[in-house]
Design a protein around this ligand. Structure first.
Ligand code: ATP
Ligand code: MG
Length: 469
């Protein structure tokens, strides 16, 4: 396995380890990823039997000429940043857990103890760095075999591994999704048995793993496992509520859980943007709450886009997602996700097109991607027709934008100008006139230019009884 230790830092760590007489290994994610030829990993975990901090200092001295390291006291680890690499050093340890916390009691241990405390066999692999045994692989749990066969398995009894640190359940699903591996049956059953234990994990850690699932190539795989093991029920009940089909008078609606996952999957082929993917996840989130069976009409979900966009801040807050412009962006896409469909129907006025340009602004292209991904019909003819309709909508949007420049619209008449003209202080009337000008432009009553807007302002001000200054 020497071929995996070509990087110069390994030689340096090896020399330091021998000088200190410390048995030292590179372990975990780095070894897994180089064997899988996945990517050149940027974080390297080094474990030694003894003081990881001592070793880190020596390595820093050799690499940078001073023994400067970043120490994380709580974890007993030390980090050395070398160019774009993060080298993390830790002493081999043994862990024991209490029931109410994922923070174990830690004592020094052997390499074997250290491998025992790791989450999955594929994450226990260790390559020796000492010169005598350089490149020797320690694989007590058959991790290489599991890597070859694509299996997620815990080194110890899965009920113990998951109950000790329930975050490992999220990691199991995350690795299974990222690597397209199968979670071994016993482990899968243990996930369901221990799902409730997720309650001792902080929301931040959970969402970290969930976002990694969402950003993977086939996120739906992860969501299906989360649902089937009931892990999803622990932190995302709104999403679980999308599941299921109701039948009334022989009429059923589609299962919005699987539909949403299909939309996410479609969209993921065209974007790696986490927030656009979140918009796909949440676009129909209010369907369960707006669902009605209307006689003579069938199933309806009136207003689900409005209610859905209102639910976004609550969901973001609880899940500890950022409450900033990213949230606003998701909200906006959820709110607008039906609008392009409306534009694809029958005859639409230019003003409806202008309104969407105005409302979507810079996010118009993302909105169109979401809408195209939202076509999940099994009928190929239909899919073709809908996609073609959206092509027409895209063209209409482009034509009107080229002519009217609405996307990044700036009011042609500023509030200052209105105040100066009529000797007003900032007040409601100023906003009112500005709004009327905007509406007139969007409705096509006047074109989007200064002169016409100025005349329109004069007219409206007169109606309000204002005198020019
Ligand atoms: P990635 O860096 O792609 O997220 P990774 O496996 O390197 O994957 P890290 O969080 O960097 O994950 O952890 C490094 C190693 O530490 C893992 O490979 C695993 O051996 C161990 N590890 C991390 N988290 C846990 C945990 N919760 N329980 C047990 N072992 C863990
Ligand atoms: Mg890592």
């Amino acid at each position: 396995m020497k071929e995996h230790l070509q990087h110069k830092v390994f030689k340096c760590i090896s020399e330091c380890a021998d000088e200190l007489g410390l048995e030292t290994y590179v372990i975990g994610g780095y070894v897994r990823d180089v064997i899988l030829k996945r990517k050149e990993p940027k974080d390297i975990d080094v474990v030694c039997v003894g003081s990881g901090i001592e070793l880190a200092k020596k390595v820093a001295q050799k690499l940078h000429g001073k023994p400067q390291v970043q120490i994380f006291k709580n974890f007993g680890t030390a980090m050395v940043q070398h160019k774009d690499l993060e080298l993390e050093f830790v002493g081999a340890r043994k862990e024991s857990y209490r029931k109410d916390s994922r923070k174990p009691t830690v004592e020094n241990g052997t390499l074997e103890d250290d491998q025992n405390r790791r989450d999955f066999t594929i994450n226990t692999l260790a390559l020796c760095l000492n010169k005598e045994r350089f490149g020797e692989l320690l694989d007590p749990f058959g991790g290489v075999n599991d890597l070859e066969n694509g299996i997620i398995r815990t080194p110890l009894d899965p009920d113990i591994t998951y109950s000790d640190d329930p975050l490992r359940m999220m990691r199991a699903v995350r690795f299974s999704t990222q690597l397209d591996f199968t979670i071994e049956k016993e482990s899968l059953d243990a996930l369901e048995r221990n799902a409730k234990r997720l309650e001792i994990i902080s929301q931040e850690r959970i969402i970290d793993e969930l976002n990694k699932i969402i950003l993977s190539k086939t996120p739906s795989k992860g969501f299906k496992i989360l649902f089937n093991t009931k892990l999803l029920h622990q932190f995302f009940p709104e999403f679980v509520a999308l599941h299921g089909v109701e039948v009334v008078k022989g009429k059923k609606h589609k299962d919005n859980f699987y539909h949403t996952l299909e939309v996410l999957e479609n969209l993921s082929k065209n974007t790696d943007d986490l927030w656009l993917r979140w918009a796909a996840l949440l676009h129909d989130i209010a369907k369960p709450d707006t669902k009605r069976f209307e006689n003579g009409h069938g199933w309806t979900f009136h207003g689900h886009e409005f209610l859905g966009s209102k639910m976004v801040p609550k969901i973001f807050k609880r899940l500890k997602l950022p409450l900033n412009d990213k949230m606003k962006y998701v909200q906006k896409l959820v709110l607008l996700h039906l609008r392009p469909i409306v534009l694809s129907k029958d005859v639409v006025s230019d003003s409806a097109i202008r309104r969407l340009l105005f409302d979507a602004g810079d996010d118009l292209d993302d909105l169109m991607l979401l809408c195209e991904a939202d076509i999940t019909s099994k009928n190929e003819e239909k899919v073709k027709r809908f996609l073609n309709n959206f092509k027409i909508v895209r063209q209409k949007l482009k034509d009107i934008e080229d002519r009217d420049h609405i996307r990044n619209w700036q009011p042609p008449i500023s509030g200052e100008l209105i105040m100066d003209t009529y000797n007003l202080k900032p007040c409601k009337i100023v906003g009112n006139i500005k709004n009327q000008i905007r509406e007139a432009i969007l409705d096509g009553i006047i074109p989007n230019d200064y002169e016409q807007a100025y005349n329109f302002m004069l007219e409206k001000a007169k109606e309000l009884g204002l005198e020019k200054h």
